[in-house]
Design a protein around this ligand. Structure first.
Ligand code: NAD
Length: 267
């Protein structure tokens, strides 16, 4: 389905990004992985993922908090596979603290990784997509593009920001074969969320299951986590004719219960 295409997925050594990268490989795309982690584990992942699906898998170690490394990753991906057809801006970090205690360096890091990296990657990749008149840009946002939570000033600001940027890019490419969409997952059980469960348990002296239930209860009435392999349905966003959702925020939230509710906001 995506044979011959090349997908670059940032933050794909773990969690949602890894699920997305696996799904693209399974559909025949060559994949560029990115993210931190144990070098041996990453090498093992590359070695297994490629042959499993008959695709090539590269790895870029770029630190998404550094603009020049983000651009370098896109250039390297273009060099390795001759193209970047699909760009998934997924890398993300979380830090929680009341706003008056929020360390400035943490604010800068969350904004750099969760928001600015997507800008630099899009800027670096868009021209070649436009030249081929085909490209798919998918930004992994969050339900936090629509709502807020206490102690997450930087994360919520970054997620609101990335949806705004998605709308602008979608408008600017609206007459072309390039699409730009955001996916806004609810809670997905990944290392990023496990850390929040652990912190909550420690802070409020809760057993692991009680901490999980309390965290889910804030915004996910189903009280169930989604799984990384199921969260973003990139298949539709990357279909050859691509369903255009220009300027729309595509929200996959379990706020309405077990079944995902999708809502779209006009620009
Ligand atoms: P995760 O911690 O499992 O994965 C994060 C990935 O980003 C890892 O591969 C990590 O190495 C990489 N990363 C972190 N900092 C980086 C940096 N400076 N440079 C390069 N890579 C870096 O987290 P996840 O839950 O899979 O989150 C992925 C995305 O999904 C994030 O943007 C997050 O905000 C979003 N999201 C997650 C949830 C959830 O419930 N898990 C919900 C909504 C949105």
């Amino acid at each position: 389905m995506l044979n011959g295409k090349s997908a670059t997925v940032t933050g794909s050594t773990s969690g949602i990004g890894l699920g997305v990268a696996r799904a693209f490989a399974a559909r025949g795309a060559n994949v560029v992985l990115n993210g931190f982690g144990d070098a041996a584990e990453i090498a093992k992942l590359r070695k297994s993922l490629g042959p499993e699906h008959g695709v090539s898998v590269a790895y870029g170690a770029a630190d998404m908090s550094k603009a020049d490394e983000v651009v370098g990753m896109v250039e390297q991906a273009t060099h390795d596979f001759d193209r970047v057809d699909i760009l998934v801006n997924n890398a993300g970090v979380q830090y929680t603290a009341p706003v008056h205690e929020f360390p400035a360096e943490r604010w800068n890091a969350v904004i750099a990784i969760n928001l600015s990296a997507a800008f630099y990657a899009i800027r670096a990749a868009l021209q070649q997509m436009l030249a081929r008149n085909w490209g798919r840009i998918i930004n992994i946002a969050s339900t936090h593009d629509l709502i807020a939570s206490v102690h997450k000033a930087a994360y919520v600001a970054a997620k609101h920001g990335i949806v705004g940027m998605t709308k602008v890019v979608a408008l600017e490419t609206a007459t072309t074969g390039v699409t730009c969409n955001a996916i806004c997952p609810g809670w997905v059980l990944t290392p990023l969320v496990q850390k929040q469960i652990d912190d909550l348990g420690e802070r409020e002296k809760l057993a692991p299951q009680a901490a999980k239930t309390k965290l889910l209860g804030e915004k996910q009435p189903s009280l169930e986590f989604a799984r990384p392999s199921r969260s973003p349905r990139q298949r539709r966003s990357c279909a050859p004719r691509g369903r255009r959702r220009s300027g729309a925020s595509r929200c996959r939230s379990t706020a309405a219960g077990r079944h995902n509710r999708q809502s779209e906001l006009a620009p």
